[in-house]
Design a protein around this ligand. Structure first.
Ligand code: IPE
Ligand code: IPE
Ligand code: MG
Length: 239
């Protein structure tokens, strides 16, 4: 286990966002169907969530399904939706008990009604929790989110001449949440794939070669330690 006391003294990421990629390849390499990789990926969440408080991580955002993922086969899409339903059913009591607050970002209304209801129910059930803030991005795309935020601001009659960055942030799905400090992506792909385009403007990135079903609490601790060794400048001159 990491030395958490030492870690808290160094700058650590309070908000970690993860592009959980590589489930399909993990399964294919083992001769399994892609959905077996997704199921294994979901299993990884419990350990990762449990590790966050000790690492000083108060916010965790998880990319579960992108606006582009609708392009996949109907079998894979419905399998993923089944896994989301099963996760909410199976984990809601534990999440509530462990003090985890769950929120969802994304388009939402394109999902099946029953799944939308389950998501709203879990958000309500955990609304008062404070130990860890988990945000799940489902049917989420950064460009789609920015577009919807601009539309909402316009519909609310916001004066474009006075709209500033904080003003537009208030219309994003992530309103009220801090920006991510660290964005992780598994699977070896080095791209953003439409994730948190607005919020990650100054995030640190870490791209890992392992696939998401192989991600553990120890891997997360390593990423946090690497983050702590980095110098963030936010545009200022080097020291
Ligand atoms: C990530 O794993 C999960 C989702 C996008 C839903 P992938 O399914 O993209 O796995 P690879 O990239 O094909 O290996
Ligand atoms: C990004 O992974 C989306 C999620 C992890 C949910 P993808 O596998 O969909 O991204 P691309 O297609 O490789 O860019
Ligand atoms: Mg992928």
């Amino acid at each position: 286990m990491p030395n958490t006391r030492a870690l808290h003294k160094r700058p650590h990421p309070q908000h970690v966002a993860i592009i959980m990629d590589g489930n399909g390849r993990w399964a294919q390499r083992r001769g399994l169907p892609r959905l077996a990789g997704h199921a294994k990926g979901v299993e990884r969440l419990r350990g990762v969530l449990r590790a966050c408080p000790d690492l000083g991580v108060t916010h965790l955002t998880l990319y579960a399904f992108s606006t582009e993922n609708w392009k996949r086969s109907t079998d894979e899409v419905s399998g993923l939706m089944r896994l989301f339903r099963r996760y909410i059913k199976k984990e809601s009591a534990r999440l509530a008990r462990d003090g985890v607050r769950v929120r969802f970002i994304g388009n939402r209304h394109r999902l099946d009604d029953d799944l939308q209801k389950m998501m709203g129910w879990l958000e309500q059930l955990t609304a008062e929790n404070t130990a860890l803030n988990v945000t799940v991005a489902i049917d989420y795309g950064g460009r789609d989110e920015i577009l919807r935020a601009v539309r909402r601001a316009a519909a609310a009659g916001v004066d474009p001449d006075t709209l500033d960055e904080a003003g537009l942030s208030a219309y994003m799905d992530t309103a009220g949440l801090p920006d991510p400090d660290l964005v992780l992506r598994t699977s070896g792909e080095v791209r953003v794939s439409n994730f948190l385009l607005w919020q990650a403007a100054y995030a640190e990135y870490d791209f890992l070669d392992i696939c998401w079903p192989d991600f553990t609490a120890e891997v997360l601790a390593d990423c946090v330690a690497r983050f702590s060794a980095r110098e963030r400048r936010f545009g200022a001159a080097t020291a």
